[in-house]
Ligand binder design. Structure first.
Ligand code: MUC
Ligand code: MG
Length: 381
């Protein structure tokens, strides 16, 4: 007899959503975000959801929403269909062994398998990842309008709403001296009321970084994220040694092997842990463990996911023994459309985790039907 927990369908659905304002990074200006949502459904109708997002198509990493969909549809879904979803660890091993790379696609599938398994067990997904030590996460906001005055006004509004009191500034597009002036103006405007950090997204050479970080450090900036290209871990290490202000690795961390290398090189003071960039939730856990055993700080990163990917990340970050720098799981707040049946809860500067089983969130079938890229597709049942 075929078990009711047999996987019948694996679907990947692309959804394009406008952002609330242009989001300017050194590598891309985003005016919309594309979610690659994955739904795994079993014979008995039970389903699990996952999500992958990239930034600026192929401008940030090697995968795109379209590559995630194509590679799941053609190569990864056939490895899962007909298999028993309860054996999720074996299925994850099959995915790892049968396909190279494709960290984002694998993360979306892993999330859906874990959501499914946790739902069947009636526990939050965090229970499968070691268990929660916190029910809410301090959450930073990214100021990236490209305009100093507008960024200050945005930060003031967030403080007033009690939604964020740590601000990450995206820099690296303009000349370093212009960026430094922009950052320090915002830092001064928020003095004593909020923390200011910068993310350079690999834009600087080591020499540019040396000069600019010295000024940012003197100006009271609290954290410097990925100032130099991911290919130059030795340069990152020299900067980490030279400055007191903590240096955080982001793009340099494509999973546990990179984490191990960076730790051995003393290349960073803090790791930004991202579930998809790490290759999945368990791989991201390993990245966090490597940080912890080496006494490095931890930060919960984002790829500007929608509600499903944001909650998958939050479920993992809730299990970290320490989360020294909080997280930046604000992705859904950057989008104009709410896709979940119930929006995520942001309160008192923190993202609240739901207590329900699995991810604790679900896309709304009607909203999904209206917003999916292939609108002619049959409505999900
Ligand atoms: C990154 O590089 O950290 C996170 C926040 C944001 O605005 O962009 C991302 C990616
Ligand atoms: Mg970053």
């Amino acid at each position: 007899m075929i078990p009711e927990t047999t996987i019948e369908t694996v679907e990947t659905i692309l959804v394009d959503l406008p952002t609330i304002r242009p989001h300017q990074l050194s590598v891309a200006t985003m005016r919309s975000q594309t979610l690659a949502l994955v739904r795994i459904r079993c014979r008995d109708g039970q389903e699990g959801w996952g999500e992958a997002t990239t930034i600026g198509g192929l401008q940030y990493g090697e995968e795109s929403p379209e590559s995630v969909k194509t590679n799941i549809d053609h190569h990864l879904a056939p490895l899962l269909r007909g298999e028993n979803a309860d054996a999720f660890a074996r299925l994850l091993r099959t995915l790892r062994r049968s396909a190279r790379g494709n960290r984002f696609a694998k993360c979306a599938l892993e999330t859906a398998l874990l959501d499914l398994r946790a739902r069947r067990l009636g526990v939050p997904l965090s229970e499968l990842l070691g268990g929660r030590v916190r029910d809410s996460l301090p959450v930073a906001w990214t100021l990236a309008s490209g305009d100093t005055g507008r960024d200050i006004a945005e930060a003031e509004a967030m403080l007033e709403l009690r939604r964020h009191r740590a601000f990450k500034l995206k820099i690296g597009l303009r000349a370093p001296e212009d960026d430094v002036a922009h950052v320090l103006a915002i830092r001064r405007a928020l003095d004593g009321r909020a923390g200011v950090r910068v993310d350079v997204n690999q834009a600087w050479s080591e020499m540019q970084a040396e000069r600019a970080i010295a000024q940012l450090q003197d100006g009271g900036v609290e954290l410097i994220e990925q100032p130099v290209p991911r290919e130059h871990p030795a340069a990152l290490a020299r900067l980490a040694r030279r400055f007191v202000v903590p240096i955080m690795a982001d793009e340099a961390l494509h999973g546990p092997v990179d984490a191990n290398l960076l730790a051995r090189l003393d290349a960073a003071d803090v790791f930004a842990v991202k579930i998809a960039q790490s290759g999945g939730l368990f791989a991201a856990r390993q990245v966090a463990d490597i940080a912890a055993v080496n006494g490095l700080g931890l930060y919960g990163g984002t790829m500007l996911e929608g509600g499903v990917g944001t909650m998958a990340s939050a479920q993992l970050f809730s299990t970290f023994d320490r989360l020294d720098w909080g997280c930046e799981l604000f992705g859904p707040l950057l989008l104009t459309e709410e896709l979940l049946t119930e929006p995520l809860r942001y309160r008192d500067f923190e993202l609240q985790l739901p207590s329900g089983p699995g991810l604790g969130v679900r896309p709304d079938p009607d909203k999904l039907a209206a917003l999916r890229r292939d609108r002619s597709a049959p409505r999900l049942h």
